[in-house]
Design a protein around this ligand. Structure first.
Ligand SMILES: Cc1cc2nc3c(=O)[nH]c(=O)nc-3n(C[C@H](O)[C@H](O)[C@H](O)COP(=O)(O)O)c2cc1C
Length: 182
């Protein structure tokens, strides 16, 4: 069995994870990236359908995704997407998370399962000293991504990965009293 990082306790990784939007210009070793994907595959999934595939994207292909996103969204008022496009361009690695099932009956299960897989990836990245950003903005170019990545599968999300060049404060969270119904 592949060994995941044991540098950090789980609670520590959960608390330390941040969305990282600035990365060092330094490549990430392939074995670390494979650990992230392996961690993703350990997530629970509805009926154990494992409705996912992952692709590690770097270099020109990654830049093409960034450029396409920027071009498509640069004139949308107040959109965060152009900024996200810049982050994709700067990050050394982008992981595409494909939804490999197209079944309306299981859609909610499949999307929830993919969310769990992504969170496993992010926490493992934190435990390995890597920064990560869960990116939903690539949904602006959902159709274009099918062309760029030569697939019929939907890209549910992308995740930027790299060595962090920032150490952001925790974003505010709703207090427990507000989210825990009595
Ligand atoms: C489904 C999803 C989509 C997201 N998409 C983006 C995105 O496209 N661009 C971005 O900069 N951040 C994106 N984020 C990151 C959130 O903005 C971030 O998780 C939130 O502000 C809390 O900050 P934290 O992750 O540092 O705790 C996304 C997060 C999730 C869960």
């Amino acid at each position: 069995m592949m060994k995941l990082g044991d540098i950090m306790e789980l609670q520590e990784a959960i608390a330390a994870r941040r969305s990282i939007r600035k990365y060092e210009k330094k490549d990430v070793p392939e074995d670390l990236l494979e650990k992230l994907i392996y961690a993703a595959t350990l997530a629970p999934s509805g009926h154990n359908r494992q409705p996912w595939q992952f692709q590690i994207i770097k270099g020109e292909l990654k830049d093409k995704i960034a450029d396409t996103l920027l071009k498509k969204t640069e004139n949308i008022p107040a959109s965060t997407a152009p900024h996200t496009a810049g982050i994709i361009k700067e990050a050394p690695v982008l992981i595409a998370v494909y939804l490999t099932e197209n079944n309306e009956e299981n859609y909610l299960y499949d999307i929830l399962s993919i969310g769990g897989a992504i969170e496993n990836m992010l926490l493992t990245a934190t435990s390995l000293g890597l920064g990560s950003l869960w990116i939903g903005n690539t949904s602006h170019i959902e159709e274009e991504l099918k062309d760029i990545l030569h697939t019929d599968y939907r890209v549910a999300s992308t995740v930027a990965i790299g060595y962090p060049l920032q150490n952001p404060h925790a974003r505010p969270r709703k207090p427990l009293e507000e989210v825990l119904r009595k």
